[in-house]
Design a protein around this ligand. Structure first.
Ligand code: KG4
Ligand code: ZN
Length: 338
């Protein structure tokens, strides 16, 4: 406690970001330190799990010190420690969980494990102080793509999921094929700004009529086939046009399915979460579709969309209030259902 406020420390290490944040009374963000490993993994064209774990271990103490200093608090002021305990790269998740458990054991501060995907949704509680469940959510990240009905804090009913690649995974794979490098999402986002989304036609995959599931793995093959065909014909490929066209094929499906889920569940509020929610075109087009249907769209600023400790602190606060603390036997999981 400091100044009568309940302080939560949020720890996130599930992929390539070592991040620790401090929140006050659940919704006020005091600090959010994010140490990115992008530069390290870029030369391999993607995240190398073993290197990610080692980097988390190197970075985490410094990130903790900085998060406390920026929030102007001491470790003894903290009332709750929240940590991502899955899903994610197991070696990376373990570093966060072991750190959280060591801190909890040494200080007696209660500990709570957070599902990373509930964390992404919870970023919206920091961005929109009045937002409360229930609402509909579109979760689009590097590892997951889901449409869910959020029934309560850290609780949801899954309406649709990807059957193969996640949206972010499709962005990263296609960016690699085009030669844009890692991470692909932000690069395709930027390149698309100067491109024509109708220049190349890629098939939109809707699966069975009325399905809220997704399938994006075929897109990479379509892009690859297009590149090969153009190269064989010795035609020059416009990277902005290709990026914009590929991206539009995904955005069309995401927007249509989100609108279908909204009308089916009679939702008037839609929350978007996850790294791909940082995409400028998706934000714009989903916003436009929601405006037409009278749905209020909530999307946090980009830094709260990609992985961060703040979203974990937000989710932990509500989980602790409802269920109390986890024990020091808290485990780390590569996969953890929503
Ligand atoms: O949520 P996140 O940070 O990590 C996971 O939980 O997976 O999502 C990372 C994914 C990556 O695939 C990255 O390429 C994508 O989010 N991403 C974007 C953008 N920024 C990050 N995709 C499209 N446009 C962006 N601006
Ligand atoms: Zn994430």
């Amino acid at each position: 406690m400091k100044n009568g406020k309940f302080l939560t420390l949020g720890i996130e290490t599930s992929c390539d970001e070592t991040s620790i944040a401090v929140t006050a009374d659940g919704r006020e963000l005091l600090s959010d330190v994010i140490s990115s490993q992008i530069a390290v993994h870029t030369k391999y064209g993607g995240v190398v799990p073993e290197i990610a774990s080692r980097k988390h271990l190197e970075n985490i103490n410094g990130v903790l010190e900085q998060a406390l200093a920026e929030a102007n608090v001491e470790l003894c002021d903290i009332d709750l420690i929240g940590v991502t305990n899955g899903p994610g790269l197991i070696g990376a998740v373990v570093i966060g969980v072991a750190t959280a458990k060591a801190l909890s054991f040494a200080t007696g501060i209660p500990l709570v494990g957070v599902n990373h995907m509930h964390g992404h949704v919870s970023a919206n509680y920091l961005a929109f102080p009045d937002l409360e469940p229930p609402f509909l959510a579109l979760i689009v990240s590097g590892g997951h793509t889901n449409i869910v009905q959020v029934t309560d804090y850290n609780e949801c009913r899954v309406l649709g999921s990807t059957r193969d690649d996640a949206v972010g995974e499709a962005y990263d794979k296609v960016a690699r094929v085009i030669g844009l490098g890692y991470p692909g999402g932000p690069k395709v986002d930027k390149a698309s700004r100067d491109g024509d989304p109708e220049a190349v036609h890629f098939k939109r995959v809707y699966l069975e009529k009325g399905s809220l599931d997704f399938s994006f793995s075929g897109l990479k093959t379509q892009v690859l086939n297009y590149i090969n065909k153009e190269r064989m014909a010795k035609r020059e490929i416009s990277v902005p046009d290709l990026c914009a066209s590929f991206q539009q094929a995904m955005i069309d499906v995401l927007v249509d399915k989100a609108m279908l889920a909204a009308s089916r569940t009679k939702a008037d509020r839609l929350v978007m979460a996850g790294g791909v929610a940082a995409n400028s075109h998706l934000r714009e087009q989903l916003g436009e579709a929601c405006r037409k249907k009278g749905i209020r769209l909530y999307v946090p600023e980009p830094v709260l969309c990609t992985d961060n400790g703040a979203m974990i602190a937000a989710a932990a606060y509500y989980k602790y209030r409802k269920q109390g603390a986890d024990g020091l036997d808290l485990d780390a999981y590569a996969s953890l259902p929503l």
